[in-house]
Ligand binder design. Structure first.
Ligand SMILES: Cc1ncc(COP(=O)(O)OP(=O)(O)O)c(N)n1
Ligand SMILES: Cc1nc(C(=O)O)sc1CCOP(=O)(O)O
Ligand SMILES: [Mg+2]
Length: 202
């Protein structure tokens, strides 16, 4: 499972067609994608499903892992490779029961969340926010690179993806701290050069 360059996006993050942005990012070398259609201006119902299908097809063509965020009803219709759940979503034990063979990512933002989570049931951990972000309304305060280092020390073997405020400039520091990959929204959706941005994600 290659989570090195993990792009997360929904139509609410895009100033132009999400399909075009994803196609460019896939060509530039992202290794994983998460469909996160959430927040102000996001699509619902049939429109959400239809966009998910188009984005899923792009990932399949480029051999990019496809994850669904939160909306677990979309996992089967979109034939997702996996799903990402946070501390306020479906409990990991239940998600694992329903999807024994899918890759499941779990968000962890602090030690209490780790201590109260069945981490062994997750395929990877999403650790953040590493830096300040404006892409998520309810993001926790930035936890810094120390959180990546601490998680890596506690879990030498589980894949860790840093998330939150990661840019072309600071991505390398996240990997150096022990993460296997970086997950980004705005570093790709807001850039004027997707190819350069993806290539710079260390
Ligand atoms: C890779 C990755 N890590 C963390 C998150 C955040 O998940 P969550 O805390 O459930 O918040 P929402 O994304 O659902 O708003 C993520 N999506 N992906
Ligand atoms: C979806 C998400 N989850 C976060 C967390 O801390 O769990 S931060 C975040 C948004 C990341 O967007 P950007 O790359 O633009 O900062
Ligand atoms: Mg969530």
């Amino acid at each position: 499972m290659n989570l090195r360059k993990y792009f997360i996006m929904g139509s609410q993050n895009c100033d132009r067609k999400p399909e075009d942005i994803l196609e460019e990012a896939a060509k530039a070398g992202i290794t994983a994608f998460q469909f996160r259609e959430k927040g102000e201006g996001s699509l619902t119902g049939k429109e959400k499903l239809a966009l998910g299908q188009r984005l899923r097809d792009i990932c399949a063509r480029h051999n990019v892992l496809f994850f669904v965020n939160d909306d677990l009803d979309l996992v089967e219709p979109l034939e997702a490779d996996g799903l990402h759940i946070g501390q306020d979503d479906m409990p990991l034990e239940k998600a694992r029961e329903i999807y024994p063979d899918k890759k499941i990512g779990l968000s962890v933002s602090n030690q209490a969340e780790v201590d109260n989570s069945p981490v062994h049931l997750a395929d990877y951990l999403g650790a953040g926010s590493v830096f300040a972000t404006s892409s998520k309304d309810d993001a926790e305060q930035a936890v810094g690179l120390e959180w990546i280092k601490s998680l890596r020390q506690q879990y030498p073997d589980i894949p860790i993806v840093g998330i939150g405020g990661i840019t072309e400039k600071n991505a390398a520091s996240v990997i150096k701290a022990g993460a296997d990959g970086v997950a980004v929204i705005s570093a790709i959706t807001k850039t004027d050069n997707i190819e350069r941005a993806v290539k710079s994600l260390s």
